[in-house]
Design a protein. Structure first.
Length: 444
């Protein structure tokens, strides 16, 4: 009887997982009794397992990045101390939620030591994020580290150069220490792949962390990072943020630098990069600091408009706001509907006008988006699967040959107007006229 051999791709996965585990110091590993299902609460485990000191717990439990940056600037804590604390917490988070892909703690601590030395010698902070550990999604390149994006065939192919956002983060003084989990192909509102497995929710191991920035969401949710950078093309920042109770921003295309040439659909549906955190103050601080650094000098695709804080000031006039209770596809659960109605009541009481938004165009818009996303007919994903005969995971939003569009057909999709009713035509006309007049008020 012939024993079937193990597929080559599974051997590559095992080697990668072993290397990932070895990147966690033995003294930071949890005992098998804790890791045996059913898993205990992740936050409670981190707080009681004894691997972090009281100070380390206090630092990592901080939500507002300005508090940690003040400690670093005043030398009340060193970057090495803070980085060690977040590395420990990320190590525990990984063991319980599988939120990480690339782990480079040694490299991060060396960088932190260098920053501490420079500050001690010169008295000058490297930048607005001096000494702060920052996590980034696996989608971004970090020189010397793999960017598998969930594909087994990309194991062992380290990036030759860091992505523009990674370079900018380091120029701002940040310490990169981990990359976070994603779904195979990135096209799923979950974070599961054959290499790193299923990323679990920060607060409930019976739930997913969302996707495609799900590892980032889980890591920040359990406070293994205070600030992370994700990407979004169809909810990939917003979904994990919602599932972990985080703040995030899916910015206008070109606001956050990202030299993204990895996938086919960028031509029709430009993805964006954006921050994720546990406080709106951290989000605002990052965006302000990033745009103050003139990122358009590094990435020509970045729009040269500064962060305009005044646009977020409380309005001195009545606002007209739209609300959606049911778009005809997804009907919210009763508690969600109740909360929405409470918000509407309070907005109206504050003097604002709230209208029920007409969702008739949503289906048309969604169909156009899906057509654009699938425009390569799945050829890109097939090429990546074929490298090591890796199977495509069921449920990924990947096209088939029947979905493939020619260049001319893609142009038609890109320029196809929505079927509009008169009121929506008026709204879109106003938006268009503002663009033609040179106004950039729609870009936050």
């Amino acid at each position: 009887m012939t024993v079937p051999s193990t597929p080559h791709w599974k051997s590559a996965v095992q080697q990668k997982r072993t290397a990932q585990l070895n990147a966690i110091p033995p003294s930071w590993r949890l005992p098998s009794t804790i890791l045996t299902p059913p898993l205990p609460n992740t936050l409670e485990t981190i707080r009681t397992c004894g691997l972090l000191s009281a100070e380390e717990l206090e630092w990592t439990e901080t939500n507002d990045v300005s508090n940690l940056l003040s400690l670093l600037a005043s030398r009340e804590v060193s970057s090495v101390q803070l980085t060690t604390a977040f590395c420990k917490r990320a190590a525990i988070a990984q063991q319980m939620t599988k939120c990480l892909t690339e782990i480079f703690f040694d490299r991060a601590l060396a960088r932190a030591k260098e920053l501490d030395g420079q500050y001690e010698k010169t008295g000058i902070l490297t930048g607005p994020l001096h000494g702060l550990p920052v996590s980034i999604k696996d989608r971004f390149d970090v020189e010397g580290m793999d960017t598998t994006v969930g594909w087994v065939g990309l194991i062992g192919k380290p990036a030759q150069r860091s992505s523009s956002i990674a370079r900018l983060l380091e120029s701002m003084g940040a310490v990169l220490y981990v990359k976070t989990n994603i779904p195979q192909s990135l096209m799923m509102s979950d974070s599961y792949n054959h290499i790193f497995g299923q990323s679990l929710n920060a607060f409930n191991h019976e739930l997913i962390s969302g996707g495609s920035s799900g590892g980032e969401g889980a890591l920040i949710g359990v406070r293994g990072s205070i600030l992370g950078i994700g990407t979004d093309i169809g909810g990939s920042i917003r979904i994990p943020a919602a599932l972990q109770g985080l703040y995030s921003i899916c910015p206008t295309t070109g606001r956050v630098p990202w030299d993204c040439s990895f996938m086919h659909q960028h031509y029709l549906v430009p993805p964006v990069a954006g921050p994720m955190a546990r406080s709106i103050a951290t989000i605002e601080y990052f965006m302000q600091s990033l745009l103050d650094s003139n990122p358009w000098d590094v990435d020509p695709g970045c729009i040269p408009i500064p962060w305009r804080k005044e646009l977020a000031a409380l309005p001195d006039r009545k606002l007209k706001l739209g609300v959606v209770f049911d778009d005809g596809v997804v009907k919210p659960q009763p508690p969600i509907t109740r909360a929405l109605r409470e918000v509407v009541t309070k907005l109206a009481a504050a003097g604002h006008e709230v209208i029920e938004w007409n969702t008739s165009l949503h289906i048309t818009g969604t169909n156009l988006w899906k057509k654009a996303i699938l425009a390569d007919g799945g050829s890109h994903c097939k090429q990546l699967c074929d490298i090591v005969d890796e199977p495509l995971i069921e449920g990924m939003l990947v096209g088939t040959p029947a979905d493939a569009l020619s260049l001319l057909e893609r142009e038609k999709v890109a320029h196809r107007p929505l079927d509009q009713d008169p009121s929506q035509v008026h709204q879109l006309t106003l938006y268009s006229s503002r663009k033609k007049s040179g106004s950039s008020k729609n870009v936050i």
